[in-house]
Design a protein around this ligand. Structure first.
Ligand code: ADP
Ligand code: MG
Length: 258
């Protein structure tokens, strides 16, 4: 199983929207896909149609109680897509894990048990705390949603420093599969300028596909559906399908034969 962390310590940049829709696109393409909600807000779980009251096991059980992975996975309504949902008690995990052994290694060890999926996406919380460190330690590669706004690049350099630290201390093989520009608005000159700057600075690391600002993408979660199911033809859904194709092309060769 290839493991992709979706992280950016800024909130509201499109991590969860990207996690839900990329995971759905991969499942639709025939990849047996697992989505892991590692944000105590549980937006990925709600957005994929697992309401808070129905969550019996969660990523908290996986990390803190070291419950078996299989017991924490629930199916979604999308064929080929399973999820480990998050519950609010996950917010306590940052503190509860501080004094345990190998506290950054819990998720990696849990995912090592998996035999049922080809790919996993880990939706990270908006911080660089223990939860995100667990995701980066468990991941083969990192995908960074980047909102085209003025301070985007500053936040990014902080994230890249964290990646370096994780590579040095916990996970030397961690790669960066790409940066996805989100909430892109061609008519807004600032967005356009930021996108140009990011591409000039980071070159091929930036995916060619930019996700447009699209109201259907923001409506879909309230229906408990990925945008790709809610309205598969909207501009946002088409962009996520295109991003998924780019992602597949960038995954290590030996893993592609799903
Ligand atoms: P994060 O997980 O990084 O906090 P979200 O994916 O939850 O970010 O997105 C933040 C908000 O912006 C949500 O309300 C979401 O529905 C909305 N949103 C995300 N991407 C887009 C987009 N491309 N167009 C319009 N709204 C978006
Ligand atoms: Mg989120």
């Amino acid at each position: 199983m290839i493991r992709v962390a979706i992280a950016n310590q800024k909130g509201g940049v499109g991590k969860t929207t990207t996690a839900i829709n990329i995971a759905t696109a991969m499942a639709a393409t025939g990849w047996r896909t697992l989505l892991i909600d590692l944000d105590p807000q549980g937006n990925a779980s709600t957005g994929i149609g697992i309401p808070a009251h129905s969550r019996e096991t969660s990523s908290y059980d996986l990390l803190v109680d070291q419950a078996p992975l299989a017991s924490c996975i629930v199916p979604t309504s999308i064929p080929g897509l399973d999820i480990v949902p998050a519950t609010v008690d996950l917010s306590g995990a940052e503190v509860e894990l501080v004094n345990v052994d190998q506290r950054t290694d819990r998720l990696r060890r849990a995912l090592a048990q998996d035999t049922a999926h080809d790919i996993a996406f880990i939706d990270c919380p908006p911080s660089l705390g223990l939860l995100t460190l667990n995701a980066l330690s468990a991941a083969d590669t990192l995908m960074v949603p980047l909102q085209c706004e003025f301070f985007a690049l500053e936040g990014l350099s902080q994230l890249l420093q964290t990646v370096e630290r994780v590579q040095q201390r916990f996970n030397p093989d961690l790669g960066i599969v790409g940066i996805a520009l989100t909430m892109f608005d061609r008519r807004n000159r600032l967005t356009d300028q930021v996108a140009d700057d990011v591409r000039a600075c980071l070159g091929n690391l930036v995916f060619e596909t930019a996700i447009p600002r699209n109201v259907r993408l923001s409506e879909a979660p309230s229906h408990g559906l990925p945008a790709l199911v809610y309205d598969h033809a909207c501009a946002g859904s088409r962009a996520y399908m295109s991003l998924a194709r780019e992602l597949i092309a960038r995954l290590p060769e030996r893993r592609k034969a799903a």
